[in-house]
Design a protein around this ligand. Structure first.
Ligand SMILES: *Cc1c(COP(=O)(O)O)cnc(C)c1O
Length: 465
């Protein structure tokens, strides 16, 4: 056998490919530098493969490959997936889904001019923040409210505004990492406040805070343990005690609730996630929470609390840098209106999913499993648990029914499902591939069933040994 001394010699040049009649057609209508860089990218990819021992494809194959590469890059890279994980607030899959009304509000806000920062009464400039303030005040009982881009931003803002160059007291139990690189000590450093750790990881007393008080103390900061549990030999001062200490010392008490539930989770057999209303009622000066966790709205950082403090935040230059978009405000307002109208559990997807009945999930799972069995795919409906996710209610789960499929190679099958259109994200449990319909929209059931048939059936990887 001849040894090919230059296996790359058959690789066409960029120009040769650009001059190929099939590329000369429709694809070159696109921005030329864009197409050129994609052709280069594809040739680099082939070069690497050929160097790695793969034989050089034919010109037709290369043209087909580069065409597919260009076509794929002309499509949005952000697209829908089917969430079969049963994790309701799944950060990697986009967190909270929005209600129909919120989506419509976002569309309206983007489609036409609006009164975002315009007072129709006075015929002059108004404030974008007014659109959410009134509802947030009514719902939480707070004197005032401010909405910024996300909760991490809200915390940087609050700490910068009230504790820059001074000290913030925080329990060692609250020096946490929330996920996605969000760490309380880093946020503190970023805002220019000095962190003063008090107490221990498992036990912090009021006297620990009292002993740490100094001239430089600016703030008492408390973080809700939103994604982990410290159990056993633990203690921490109550919110009331911290608030009393703050009042005595003239120091604002700030509570980062993380999820920020407005509805009681105990009605669903879950532990009690602290309510925003309770924090406000306890007298906490500023309470911060996300818009897209248990609230079930768009990504936002919501700060509610005492009027003079909120007014100070509103004037802070960082507020401009963390400004929320009109579509966010529109969706947030629509979401908050669901709570005001007492229809949150019916209209907000996060709460619909939390409240979904097991027998409803079971009936849907059974329909799909029956269809899979007819195709010879060994599957069953089994008991399991869904998670809230998104740093809410750690260790808490909701009973559910899972579609469980016995496949020879579960991890190969989950990969196969991820490559479907739309991609399906499944879980592996006890060496079986499982899907939880709690987080699959009912209107996706049919598509899901077709994908499972195609990918796990006769011709799919599921049947390969
Ligand atoms: C999620 C979370 C944050 C971060 O909120 P984002 O809206 O993601 O910026 C901060 N603190 C706590 C306790 C959280 O759970």
């Amino acid at each position: 056998m001849d040894i090919d001394l230059n296996p790359l010699k058959n690789l066409p040049s960029v120009d040769a490919l650009l001059n190929d009649p099939s590329l000369q057609g429709s694809l070159l209508k696109n921005e030329r530098p864009y197409v050129v860089s994609l052709v280069r990218e594809y040739l680099d990819f082939l070069r690497k493969r050929i160097k790695g021992g793969v034989t050089c494809p034919s010109l037709e194959e290369i043209v087909a490959g580069v065409t597919a590469h260009i076509n794929a890059s002309l499509q949005p890279s952000l697209f829908p997936v089917i969430n079969g994980t049963g994790v309701i607030i799944h950060t990697n899959l986009g967190r909270a889904l929005l209600s129909e009304e919120s989506l419509a509000a976002m569309r309206r806000a983007g489609q036409t001019y609006n009164n975002l920062e315009y007072s129709l009464e006075k015929g002059q400039r108004g404030s974008r923040y007014d659109h959410a303030t009134r509802l947030l005040r009514l719902l939480t009982g707070a004197e005032d409210a401010l909405v910024v881009n996300n909760n991490a931003g809200a915390l940087v803002l609050v700490l910068s505004a009230f504790a820059k160059g001074r000290e913030t007291l925080i329990s060692r139990a609250h020096l946490v990492e929330i996920g996605g690189g969000f760490r309380v000590p880093d946020i503190m450093a970023q805002s220019g406040s000095r962190l003063v750790e008090v107490g221990t990881t498992n036990r912090t007393y009021l006297r620990d805070y009292q002993q740490a008080l100094r001239e430089e103390t600016a703030l008492i900061f408390r973080v809700h343990a939103s994604n982990f549990l410290i159990t056993g030999f633990t203690t921490e001062p109550s919110l009331d005690e911290l608030v009393r200490l703050g009042r005595e010392q003239g120091l604002p008490v700030v509570y980062d609730l993380g999820s920020g539930a407005l509805l009681d989770t105990t009605g669903y057999g879950l532990a009690r996630e602290p309510l925003v209303q309770d924090s406000v009622a306890a007298g906490v000066d500023l309470t911060c929470f996300s818009g897209d966790k248990l609230l079930g709205g768009p990504q936002a950082g919501i700060i509610v609390g005492r009027q003079p403090l909120i007014a100070q935040l509103r004037r802070h230059p960082l507020t401009r840098a963390l400004r929320v978009d009109k579509t966010t405000l529109a969706a947030l307002q629509a979401t908050l209106l669901h709570y005001v109208r007492g229809e949150a559990e019916q209209k907000i997807p996060v709460w619909q999913m939390i409240g979904m009945k097991v027998n409803e999930i079971e009936a849907r799972a059974t329909r799909i499993v029956e269809a899979l069995k007819q195709q010879g795919i060994p599957s069953a409906v089994v008991e399991g648990f869904s998670a809230i996710g998104g740093g809410s209610l750690p260790g808490q789960s909701l009973p559910t029914r899972l579609i469980s499929v016995a496949v020879p190679n579960p991890s190969a099958s989950t990969r196969q499902l991820r490559s479907a259109s739309p991609p399906v994200i499944a879980r592996i449990e006890d060496d079986r591939l499982v899907l939880d319909l709690r987080t699959v929209l009912p209107q996706q059931d049919e598509t899901l069933q077709v994908i499972l048939n195609d990918e796990l059936g006769e011709s799919g990887v599921g049947s390969r040994k």
